[in-house]
Ligand binder design. Sequence first.
Ligand code: 5AD
Ligand code: SF4
Length: 470
Amino acid sequence: MPAIRKTIDETEILRQIEICGRIRAIKNSDSQAGLALVDTYGCQQNEADSEKIRGYLAEMGYGFTQDEFAADIIVVNTCAVREHAEMRVLGNVGALNHTKKAKPGQIICVCGCMVQQEHMAEKIRRSYPIVDLVFGPHELWRFPELLLRVIEKHGRVFATEKDDGAVAENIPLRRDGKVKAWLSIMYGCNNFCTYCIVPYVRGRERSREAADILKECRALAADGCKEIMLLGQNVNSYGKNLDDPITFAQLLSQVEEIDGIERIRFMTSHPKDLSPDLIRVMKESSKICRHLHLPLQSGSTEILRRMNRRYTKEQYLELALRIREEIPDIALTTDIIVGFPGETERDIEDTLDVIRQVEYDNAFTFIYSKRSGTPAADYPEQVSESFIQEQFDRVLKLVQDTARKRVARYEGQVMEALIEEVNESSEGLVTGRLSNNTIVHLPGDASLVGSIVPVRLSSCKGFYYLGEKI
Ligand code: 5AD
Ligand code: SF4
C-alpha cells in the first residue's frame, strides 16, 4: 500500500496543468476537432468531481458535446452505491462499442467509485476492451498524466490502487451555470455503515483547509455565484482532523460573511454528529437555507444498530423534533433503506412511525443493495424480494403522501425564490427554488436568472409550485 499522503503538492497539480498543454499541442498537430463528453452517475460529490474532469479537459483544449458519436473522448464517472447504478454503467459502456467502431480514434475512460473496486476494474479489463483508461477517485488529480500515457500509445492504462486518499487543491474546475455552485469541503468517510461501499472506495475522511474553501467561495461570489452547496459525506465532522481544528458550524459562520453569497446549503449531515451549535448557527443565519437532509436509513433501533449508524430511533426522533421546534419553517428530507438483512415487518412499522412523526418534505427510498466487501453482505438473513417490494411500496406511499401535504402548506403565500434558470420545456417560464428547496415555475425571462424575488405560490402541483413574481 502506498504511503498516506495528506495533501497533493501544488507543484504536482501545476505539472498536470502543464501536461494538459502538451495534450493540447498533440491534438492541434493531429488537427482533431477535440470534443469531450463527460457522463456522470451517482451523488453530488461525483458531479463535483466531473467538474474537475471537465476543467482539465478544457485546459487540454476540448470543447464539450452530449453526442457520443461526435466525442473524441468519453469519460464515464461511475457510482458504486447500489448495484443498479453499476448495471446501468456497464450497459452504457458496452453500448460504446458502436461509437468506437464508427470513430476508431475515440478514447474511452471509466473513472469513479465503481472502478475503485478490484473486481469491477478486473471486469472492465477482461470484458470491455474498448475502454482505454480506468482510474479511481484517488487518481483524479493526475488524470492528465494518465491520459497522456494513453495518447502516447502506451496501451490501456489502469490506475486504481488502494489508497486512503489525499486533498488536492487548485485543480481547474469547469462549472455549468453561474448562479449555484457545488463545493466539496471534505472527502471520504470514516463511518463504515455496514451496508455502504463509500468508505472503501473514497477512502478515509479528510477535510480541506478552511482558508482554501473560503478563497474558493470568494472567487465564486466575485464571479456572480449566489448559492453555494457545501459537500461532504458527513459535513458534521468537518475540520476535526485539521492541524487547526474548526467545526462545521464555525465554517458556516465564515462562509456567511462573504458578500455576494446569498444562500448556503450543505449535504450530508450524519445525525450522530449534528451539534447544538449547528442548529443555533442555522437558526440565526439569514443565508443558510431552511432545509436539512438528515438520513434516517431505518426507524428500527435494532436495524440501526446492525447498520452501525450509532443512534437509536428515539435519539433520531428527539433530534429531528428539536430541529423542527427551533426552526419551525425548516424542511427536513431523508434517505431510507428498505430490505436490510434481517429486516422484519415490525422494523418497517418503526420506519413508518418515524416518517409520520417527522413529516419529511421529501425522502429518497432505496431498496437495500448488497455490496461485496461490506459487513452487511455477509449477514446471513438476506430478505426475500417479494417482502422487500411490498414493504418498499408501503414506505414510498407514506413518504409521498406526507411530502405532498408538507410541500402544499405554503399555497397562496409569498416567499422568496432564487431564479436558477430559464425553463427549457415551457416557453416564457423561469424556474426558481425556495429556501426550503421546493421548486417554483413562474413567468419570466433570462434577465431574472440569478436574482432572488418574492413569488406568490399560486398553486401546488404535487411536489412543485406554479407561481408569479410580485
Ligand atoms: N443499498 C441501498 N442504499 C444504499 N445507500 C448507501 N448504500 C446503500 C446500499 N448498499 C443509500 C443510503 C445513503 C444514500 C446516499 O444511498 O440511504 O444515505
Ligand atoms: Fe456511507 Fe454511512 Fe459514510 Fe454515508 S455516513 S457515506 S452511508 S458509510
